[in-house]
Design a protein around this ligand. Structure first.
Ligand code: ADP
Ligand code: MG
Length: 847
């Protein structure tokens, strides 16, 4: 267990104001507030691991505060260094530095590579990434297209940002160039007075992997993996005082929120392990990413920067309190040694060995370059695969949601089925005359209320979207370290800082412009000089590798294509199911119409039966009956007319029809009422009426007055009408929602189709590329064969020439010896002739 290393750095004053107020005094590793005449203000004095005064350089800060962490990171310990403080207090200056005095990041990068040089017994693999947290979204500073990245956690990799570009690097210059390109994409607030204020938190990350070169000496082939985070936090704004609005206000809120959550996390962690409770790491992305650095497995240093001006005393006090709380946090750092495939070094080992074998005998520099290139390519492919896997996961999730909505639809269909069953039941029960009309009414009203309740009044069954939303919310709230965020943010920074920093110019925060993000070429261009035999070999090798990669990519695309096809099939199935469902819904008015026809038959039956009881044609019962018959006929005619109109016309007519039915119902019931009143006043009671009543109500209403009977009829009619009306409304709504669903499915289908088309195009272009590559390869192979043939030919010719020269040499030798012998023979003959005749021989011969 070790404490976090905390230091305070005082920025040089911007203006030498002659105010007579309080001032901060640095004494060794203590900082305290003093009154203008020099007496210390009690209670405002803090001690830290280091306190750097205004004259201190970045080099000294690095040496005393960060160097050990960087060295430990090379040894396998996780490390984090971050700068915290109010706006313009010198955080960016400390982390990035200036031309003349480079900051912590630059020094750390150089130091890491210097350190590696000294550790010749280990092989290192370093990759870097650079991200920005802007408005609570993670953006990739190495690749502007990677925006809104997500944080994931896995057992092997711990907390990581999925889809973030990582570059494998081999020297400090390369890293610094990458950082420079990343800086361009960072969000700054700019004014024409050159005030640059970081509007985002940035995290520069180095992953250092290493293993012993000679594995025979060590018992295991464990790989050390450490993560080094160098963080430059954004400062906060004084929202209320500046009255900033728009983009600035939104940024300020997010910055304040994440800094406040960082403060909360530090507070909790400083409480000590026993009282600590849950730590709200998940409340912001910043704390989530820094989780291992805060109270975890990492060596951490925090540099708190403060502004010395009197106007900033309150903010400085806040920063110092934050620092002294952070001082109490303990971490438990240990060397991370792993044996699994989580280390890139291990995953790439086999491929690198193969490449080494292939390039054996090549120049060391070329070999290293090739290895680096291969490593980077492999890493990019891994990252790409990881991204695709994430996307696939997302698709799976949405697929599940779709399945859920289909299930909901199914349930809806079942409910509709039960509705039609109820209609059938109504019909059969009305046909059973002996069960009586009253029971029919009870069943009908029960069933209608039931069906309405099931279909139209239970939103949870139908509204898939709110349901899933609720599920998501509850999941989130179940997370172990969630706590609600307050809406209001306290004022942290005095806007006078802006005034002072800009030499009198007051920055209008609303007029600040965001530095536009620029696309950056992240890969350094490879410059190979063709011509020599070595390069020729490399070229062939590269082409082969490219071909392999292209084939892999093609296979990947094929797999994706197959998955898309499956998805497409599923969508088609879903759509046909929905169409069936829509057909069912369309059939419902037809069924209702049939139902009304049956009711009419029953009605006519009942009327004729009642008429048989009436002997006197002129009695009031007969008048009532004829009036009822007239009303009934009119009612059924209206109903039939409306139903048939509903078939022919569109859905909008349904509501109009129900309105007409309602109107009709009112007129009819008025007419019925007046007829009944007439009947009651003219003939209070008679045997015939009693019989009619009996036949209609089957004795249940014997003791009731006639008013009760008519009320019963009236109520029944109105109930039936309202049921029909309700059903129409329901059907109309359902049809609407189904149409919407169909439309959505269609849109989704279109989107899938477009995606599929894109993928196909991509695959085709890849095909083309592959075929081009293979053509080039074939061409190059042909050329090579030709060159070899020419060479062989030349060799044969040379051999031939050499043989001829040899023959000539031998022949020449023979000739020379024969000439020599001839010469000596001739000479001896001359000698003998001279001896015989010394005077006659001329002097020139043979001499
Ligand atoms: P922050 O990142 O905290 O908002 P900056 O690092 O951008 O603040 O600093 C604001 C200004 O103050 C810059 O112009 C910077 O050069 C200057 N500055 C900060 N600290 C120092 C220092 N220690 N020495 C010299 N200049 C400094
Ligand atoms: Mg800054």
């Amino acid at each position: 267990m070790e404490k976090i290393c905390v230091a305070v750095r005082v920025r040089p004053p911007v203006t030498h104001d002659s105010s007579t107020g309080a001032f901060w005094k640095v004494d060794d590793n203590r900082i305290s507030l003093h009154k203008s005449h020099g007496t210390p203000i009690s209670g405002i004095s803090y001690a830290f691991d280091h306190v750097f005064d205004e004259g201190c350089t970045n080099s000294r800060v690095y040496e005393l505060l960060t160097k050990d962490i960087i060295h430990a990171a090379v040894e396998g310990f996780n490390g984090t260094a971050f700068a915290y403080g109010q706006t313009s207090s010198g955080k960016t200056f400390t982390m990035n530095g200036s031309e003349t005095d480079p900051g912590i990041i630059h020094r750390a990068v150089r130091d890491v590579f210097d350190r590696i040089q000294l550790m010749s017994h280990r092989e290192f693999l370093i990759r870097v990434s650079y991200m920005e947290l802007y408005n609570e979204e993670i953006n990739d500073l190495f690749a502007v297209e990677n925006q809104k990245l997500q944080i994931h956690e896995s057992l092997e990799r711990g907390i990581f940002v999925a889809g973030l570009r990582e570059e494998i690097v081999s020297n400090a210059e390369q890293v610094l160039k990458l950082i420079e390109s990343g800086e361009v994409n960072r969000h700054f607030g700019e004014t024409n007075m050159n005030a640059r204020s970081s509007r985002s938190h940035t995290i520069f990350r180095m992953v250092i992997e290493s293993h012993a070169k000679d594995t025979t000496c060590s018992s295991t082939d464990a790989i050390r993996v450490s993560v080094l985070n160098l963080v430059d936090l954004a400062g906060s704004e004084r929202i209320a005082k500046t009255g900033a609005g728009g983009v600035r206000l939104k940024e300020g809120k997010y910055i304040n929120k994440s800094l406040m959550i960082l403060g909360n996390v530090i507070n909790k962690l400083s409480d000590g392990a026993k009282n600590r409770g849950h730590i709200p790491y998940r409340d912001s992305k910043l704390t989530r990413i820094l989780q291992p650095a805060l109270g975890g497995n990492a060596k951490t240093s925090i540099i708190c920067t403060i502004a010395p001006e009197e106007v900033h005393i309150e903010e400085t006090k806040g920063t110092l309190q934050f620092a002294s709380r952070a001082k109490r946090i303990t971490n438990c750092a240990q060397v991370n040694e792993i044996l699994t495939d989580a280390a890139l070094l291990k995953r790439q080992k086999q491929e690198i060995e193969e490449l080494r074998m292939k390039l054996q005998g090549s120049h060391a520099g070329v070999l290293e370059q090739e290895i680096l290139k291969l490593r980077n390519d492999m890493l990019q492919y891994e990252l790409e695969r990881e991204k695709l896997e994430m996307e696939l996961e997302e698709q799976r999730k949405s697929h599940k949601q779709r399945e859920q909505s289909i299930r909901d639809q199914q349930m809806k269909t079942d409910n509709l089925g039960s509705l039609s069953t109820i209609s059938d039941f109504e019909r059969s029960s009305s046909q059973a005359q002996d069960s009586g009309r009253q029971s029919l009414k009870e069943v009908s009203s029960d069933s209608s209320s039931k069906s309405q309740g099931d279909i139209f009044s239970t939103p949870s069954n139908f509204k898939a979207a709110p349901h899933s939303f609720v599920v998501k919310r509850s999941n989130y709230s179940q997370l172990p370290s969630f706590s609600p965020l307050p809406d209001a943010f306290s004022n942290v920074v005095d806007e006078d800082t802006w005034f002072k920093m800009n030499k009198g110019f007051i920055a209008d925060l609303d007029s600040l412009q965001i530095t536009p993000a620029r696309k950056v070429q992240s890969f350094p261009p490879s410059d190979e000089a063709p011509g020599s035999n070595e390069n020729y070999k490399h070229e062939v090798h590269n082409l082969r590798r490219q071909l392999e990669l292209a084939v892999e990519e093609r296979d990947d695309l094929k797999r994706k294509h197959a998955e898309q096809a499956v998805l497409n099939d599923q969508l088609v199935r879903e759509i046909s199911e929905l169409q069936k469902e829509a057909q069912l819904i369309r059939d419902i008015p037809q069924r209702l119409c049939e139902c009304a026809a049956t009711c009419k038959d029953i009605y006519v039956d009942v009327l004729s039966k009642t008429q048989s009881f009436i002997s006197d044609e002129k009695s009031s019962a007969a008048t009532l009956l004829s009036s009822i018959s007239e009303i009934g006929t009119s009612l059924f005619t209206t109903l039939e007319a409306q139903f048939s109109a509903a078939f022919d016309e569109d859905q909008g007519v349904l509501s109009r029809n129900s309105f007409v039915i309602e109107e009709q119902r009112k007129i009819l019931s008025e007419r019925l009422n007046s007829t009944i009143k007439l009947f009651v006043s003219s003939e209070p009671s008679s045997l015939e009426n009693e019989q009619v009543r009996n036949s209609l109500c089957h004795g249940e209403y014997k003791d009731r007055a006639r008013g009760g009977e008519t009320a019963c009829w009236e109520e029944k009619l109105s109930n039936e009408l309202s049921t029909i009306k309700g059903r129409y409304h329901g059907l109309e709504e359902e049809l609407d929602s189904n149409n919407q669903l169909l439309e959505k499915s269609k849109q989704r289908y279109d989107a899938f189709e477009a995606e599929f088309r894109l993928l196909k195009e991509e695959r085709d272009s890849l095909h083309k590329k592959v075929s081009e590559s293979s053509q080039t390869l074939a061409l190059v192979t042909d050329q090579k064969a030709n060159v070899v043939k020419d060479l062989n030919h030349e060799l044969l010719r040379r051999k031939d020439l050499e043989e001829k020269i040899e023959q000539f040499r031998v022949a020449f030798g023979c000739r020379k010896t024969s000439l020599m012998s001839f010469h000596s023979e001739f000479k001896s003959k001359i000698e003998s002739l001279r001896a015989q005749n010394p005077v006659s021989v001329p002097k020139s011969v043979g001499c």
